[in-house]
Unconditional design. Structure first.
Length: 194
C-alpha cells in the first residue's frame, strides 16, 4: 500500500466505532476512564485503535484543544493514563479572540489578576499554567517581541490556588472543530510540491 492510500484508509477507519475494550487501551476490564464521558473514551479509543493497526509504536503526544476556556480535563486524564503527553492546541486561547466571540482569554479578569500578582502578562500566565501541569504548549505569534515574551516564563511559579483558579475558567465550550469533523474530505488540500 502506498503512503497516500494508507493515509486515506487510516482516515476512513477512524469512523469505525470500537469500544475501549476492543481497542485494548483500558486495562483491567474497565469500560470507562473515571470522569471521561463514554463517547469521549470511544473517540479516543477509536483514534488509537486505528493508529495501532498501522504502527508499531503508541502515540507519544496527543494534540487537543486546551486553553483556560476549554481544558478537557477528562481527555487529559485519559491521555495521562495511557502515557500520552497532552499538547495544547490554541494554547493561549487564540481561538477565543480571532473568532470574534467577544470573550477572549487574553482579557480574562481572573487571568489578569494572576498576571498582575507576578508582574507577568496573561499570555505568560497561560503558558506557565500549561508547563506546571505537564503539557506541551506551542504558542504562535508573528511579532518578535511577543515570541520573546512567550519564552520568558521560567522565572516564576503559579501557586496551587492560582492553577485552580485558571482550571475553574473551563466553560466546556469547544472553540475549534470537533475531532470527528476533521476528515480528509473536509480538510484535504493538494500540496503540489510535496
Ligand atoms: N494542527 C493544526 O491544525 C493547528 C491549527 C491551529 C493552531 N494549531 C496550534 O496551535 C498554535 C497556535 O494556535 P492559535 O493561533 O489558535 O492560538 P494561540 O497560540 O493560543 O494564540 C495565538 C494568537 O495570540 C496572539 N498572541 C501571541 N502571543 C501573544 C501575546 N504574548 N500577547 C497577546 N497576544 C498574543 C497571536 O497574535 P500575533 O501573531 O499577532 O501575535 C495569535 O492571534 C499553533 O502554533 C499550533 O501549534 C494547530
Amino acid at each position: 500500500m502506498d503512503q497516500r492510500s494508507d493515509v486515506g484508509e487510516f482516515l476512513r477507519s477512524r469512523r469505525a466505532k470500537v469500544t475501549p475494550d476492543q481497542a485494548g487501551i483500558i486495562s483491567g476490564g474497565r469500560r470507562r476512564v473515571p470522569g471521561l464521558r463514554r463517547e469521549e473514551v470511544a473517540t479516543l479509543a477509536d483514534h488509537l485503535a486505528a493508529l495501532r493497526e498501522r504502527t508499531t509504536v503508541v502515540p507519544a503526544v496527543n494534540q487537543i484543544e486546551v486553553h483556560p476556556y476549554f481544558s478537557q480535563p477528562a481527555v487529559q486524564q485519559a491521555n495521562a493514563e495511557l502515557g500520552i503527553v497532552t499538547q495544547a492546541w490554541s494554547p493561549m486561547g487564540g481561538i477565543t479572540s480571532y473568532r470574534g466571540t467577544g470573550t477572549s482569554t487574553f482579557d480574562d479578569p481572573t487571568i489578569g489578576e494572576v498576571a498582575a500578582a507576578h508582574d507577568k502578562t496573561a499570555a505568560q500566565v497561560m503558558l506557565r499554567w500549561h508547563l506546571q501541569q505537564g503539557r506541551s504548549a506551542i504558542p504562535k505569534s508573528v511579532k518578535p517581541e511577543r515570541i520573546a515574551a512567550n519564552f520568558d516564563v521560567f522565572d516564576f511559579d503559579l501557586t496551587a490556588a492560582e492553577l485552580q483558579r485558571i482550571d475553574a475558567l473551563d466553560t466546556g465550550v469547544r472553540g475549534g472543530p470537533e475531532p470527528e469533523a476533521v476528515t480528509r474530505e473536509a480538510f484535504h488540500r493538494d500540496i503540489p510540491e510535496a
